[in-house]
Design a protein around this ligand. Structure first.
Ligand code: ADP
Ligand code: MG
Length: 348
């Protein structure tokens, strides 16, 4: 039976776009967020503001929903697990717990015989001192990182002294890959061997933040096939329900690596709103609400540009757009440097 009231945890741009897709499917959305100014409140049917440990507010939210999903991975596992006892949380909380921890995530991927960057667990500063082999590398917090937050590039050992790193947190040290390209693959899984997969998307980053995504990705057929195969295997192994994104690196020798998994809809997939008959958001909702799966059809090649910080301003002032350009304003209250404010998709 299909579900009519969808609870979404998190109220950023992904929550907004999920709500817009839900509206089209006649599904009611209730968003729970710990951000009073969460932009998704402008797009959902009902908004509940509360902390992720506020049991009373969370119960109010759970009672209103038939099924619960989330737009970001850094939600306390206990919160998701408690909710899951009352209503089904999809993707299931154990998936989220695994992926929100970089070390557990990478161990899991390697167990599937899928290549990741070389990495090592770091618990204290002296752990790094014997690991010259991993430099140049990037030190990353094992939890709570996004858009390059919690990351420290290390070219040489001495850099450790100039960076003010808080070693009360856990880290992994990753060897830097000599990048040729980055791509991502988005897949929506509905059940056993039952999924829809989008073609690889080519991504460009600046300061560790996604700047641009485009299809088709300019990669060999072998890379395209391998990335899709790995993404599908990961989704299948996790018994995942909903939309998932796998981020990949391609090095200068044409080796493919999984960088990370996002257990949610993904910024690189915003172009699916205009370039496909069914977007990553609609597919996610169809999967978690047990709606019908529709065969995916590509409408057009496309390029998506993130509007970061002040880049949104000219677009807000009624910049003239052609009928192939689609502008999205996330309606965030304040413009901040490095904050994703909106995006523009151009069909080609
Ligand atoms: P986040 O969780 O912030 O998205 P990522 O691990 O995806 O963190 O890193 C963000 C970006 O930083 C990547 O997309 C890539 O451009 C760069 N990066 C991260 N790790 C490496 C690495 N080991 N080698 C080369 N580039 C990297
Ligand atoms: Mg990333």
């Amino acid at each position: 039976m299909s579900q009519k009231n969808l609870g979404i945890i998190g109220g950023g741009q992904l929550g907004s776009m999920l709500s817009q897709a839900a509206k089209k499917l006649n599904i009611n959305t209730i968003i729970y967020s710990d951000d009073f100014d969460a932009p998704a409140q402008n797009f959902c049917d009902e908004f509940i503001f509360g902390r992720y440990d506020d049991k009373k507010k969370i119960l109010e939210f759970v009672n209103k929903a038939d099924v619960i999903t989330y737009e970001f991975e850094n939600i306390p596992y206990e919160t998701l697990n408690e909710m899951n006892k009352l209503k089904s949380v999809l993707p299931k909380p154990s998936v989220n717990r695994l992926i929100q921890h970089r070390l557990a995530e990478k161990d899991f991927i390697n167990k599937l015989n899928i290549r990741t960057t070389r990495y090592v667990s770091i618990e204290k500063k002296t752990d790094i001192e014997t690991l010259g082999d991993f430099l140049p590398g990037i030190l990353k917090t094992t939890t709570m990182g996004y858009d390059g937050k919690g990351q420290y590039p290390l070219k040489k050992m001495e850099d450790l002294n100039s960076l003010n790193i808080d070693f009360s947190k856990e880290y992994i040290l990753e060897k830097l890959v000599k990048l040729k390209k980055e791509i991502s693959v988005i897949v929506t899984r509905f059940g056993i061997n039952n999924f829809e997969i989008y073609e690889p998307i080519e991504n460009t980053h600046q300061d560790q933040i996604l700047k641009q995504s485009m299809i088709p990705a300019e990669v060999s057929k072998q890379i395209a096939d391998q990335s899709k195969d790995w993404a599908t295997r990961i989704a299948e192994e996790l018994k995942y329900i909903g939309t998932l994104c796998v981020e990949f690196f391609i090095d200068r020798n044409e080796n493919l690596y999984v960088n990370e998994i996002a257990p949610r809809v993904h910024n690189s997939g915003h172009l699916t709103i205009n370039a496909f008959n069914v977007s990553q958001f609609e597919n996610h909702i169809r999967a978690v609400c047990s709606l019908e799966k529709i065969p995916l059809k590509k409408i057009s090649n496309a390029k998506m540009q993130n509007l970061i910080g002040k880049q949104i301003e000219p677009y807000r002032q009624n910049l003239k757009l052609s009928d192939k350009e689609f502008f999205f304003d996330y309606q965030k209250k304040e413009i901040k440097e490095k904050r994703k404010m909106g995006h523009i998709t151009t069909l080609k």
